[in-house]
Design a protein around this ligand. Structure first.
Ligand SMILES: Cc1cc2nc3c(=O)[nH]c(=O)nc-3n(C[C@H](O)[C@H](O)[C@H](O)COP(=O)(O)OP(=O)(O)OC[C@H]3O[C@@H](n4cnc5c(N)ncnc54)[C@H](O)[C@@H]3O)c2cc1C
Length: 339
């Protein structure tokens, strides 16, 4: 018996919004055996098990009447290294950004655009994390998950994960798959993606003409540090809404009314709108009520100034959704997982 189950634990240090709710039971998994023990404990005591990683994509709106199991498994290993392609595997509890830095220190390219995203390796496939023109599906080489319905382990290929924009099979089947470890196919030669946002411009400003993957990572870290509030200082969960996909007809109509509308054509003919633009245009940027607010510099980020409850943040998000629907006829979908 290595699993330590505690009662009535505050989840404030375990969610990046810093919302103070209690978990009825709380434990940390340091091995596959701990995971199985926690699931058995849940069955035996008839209490659901909620798996979390870094808590950076959670909105906790009430005390959690579950056993909250925080993934703290560690381990990184190179599985193959042939012809310039390296497959590397990391345990679910590995913190994401240090893992990215580790791959860069091995001279591997592929994850640099995903630098400084908070959270763990195991949660990354949940919403197919993405930033600066790269998503994990672009470098994904497989994962191993525990099927909580059958207790069996299953290896997933890229095709089986149904990855899409901030979406995956694991998100579509909530609570079924417990991701234990994830594999990535990285390159010894750098194939850099510099076109998105101000990445190339930042490198040029730094006088870097022929960047390495590490240079790109550093540039992205500096951009992110300027743009996004640090959850350690100001509670937040990053982008609170997904960028909505709309028909080209609606996008054209909106463009007629708002010539500065930010919209990107998608391969399937739809248009992706910048949710942050819509929210800012509707006047919400910098809004604050009690301790729940919209960040002063980044309209897509809801923030907790200290004492906001999850319900206050949810209420603010719902008011924004309603306003955007009325003004622009666009449905905004929340990104964080709500419990
Ligand atoms: C400042 C900031 C910036 C961010 N920037 C980005 C960004 O650029 N791009 C982006 O995509 N996201 C971004 N995010 C969101 C977040 O960092 C990612 O979604 C991250 O992958 C969440 O990891 P986590 O370990 O914190 O997951 P958690 O928040 O702990 O959990 C998220 C969900 O995954 C489930 N889960 C967690 N671990 C497992 C597991 N091992 N097996 C099965 N289910 C699991 C949980 O039950 C929950 O439903 C940002 C967040 C913040 C706070």
């Amino acid at each position: 018996m290595s699993l330590q189950v505690q009662s009535q634990v505050s989840l404030k240090p375990f969610n990046s919004f810093g919302v103070d709710v209690q978990a009825r039971l709380f434990a940390q998994a340091h091995s596959d055996a701990d995971v199985r023990e926690a699931l058995a404990y849940g069955l035996e005591h008839k209490v659901p098990v909620l798996v979390i990683g870094g808590g950076s994509n959670l909105l906790l709106t009430a005390d959690i009447e579950s056993l909250v199991l925080r993934m703290a498994t560690r381990g990184i290993r190179v599985l193959s290294d042939e012809g310039g392609k390296v497959v590397i595997e990391a345990e679910a509890g590995e913190p994401w950004h240090p893992f990215v830095q580790h791959t860069l220190s091995l001279g591997l390219s592929g994850l640099e655009n995903l630098s400084l995203i908070p959270g763990t390796v195991g949660a990354a496939p949940m919403q197919n994390i993405g930033a600066y023109g790269v998503e994990i599906k672009d470098v994904f080489a497989g994962l191993t998950a525990l099927d909580r319905q059958t207790g069996e382990l299953r290896d997933f290929t890229l095709q089986e994960c149904n990855f899409a924009y901030r979406d995956s099979l694991f998100k579509q089947e909530p609570g079924r798959w417990l991701i234990l470890r994830v594999r990535f196919a990285l390159d010894r030669a750098a194939h850099l993606h510099l076109e998105y946002g101000p990445v190339r411009q930042r490198l040029t400003e730094q006088g870097i003409e022929h960047p390495t993957a590490s240079d790109v990572s550093q540039a992205i870290c500096s951009i992110r540090n300027e743009k996004l509030p640090d959850p350690a200082v100001l509670g937040n969960a990053g982008s609170f809404f997904k960028n909505p996909l709309v028909s080209s007809a609606l996008a054209a109509r909106l463009k007629g009314e708002y010539p500065d509308l930010v919209a990107y054509a998608q391969p399937d003919g739809q248009m992706k709108l910048a949710a942050g633009w819509l929210i800012e245009r509707a006047g919400w940027k910098g809004f604050r009520e009690a301790d729940a607010g919209v960040h002063k510099l980044q309209a897509l980020v809801l923030v907790n100034y200290g004492g906001a409850t999850g319900l206050q943040l949810l209420n603010l998000a719902q008011r924004i959704q309603k306003d955007i629907l009325e003004r622009f006829h666009v449905d905004l979908e929340m990104e964080p997982n709500r419990y």
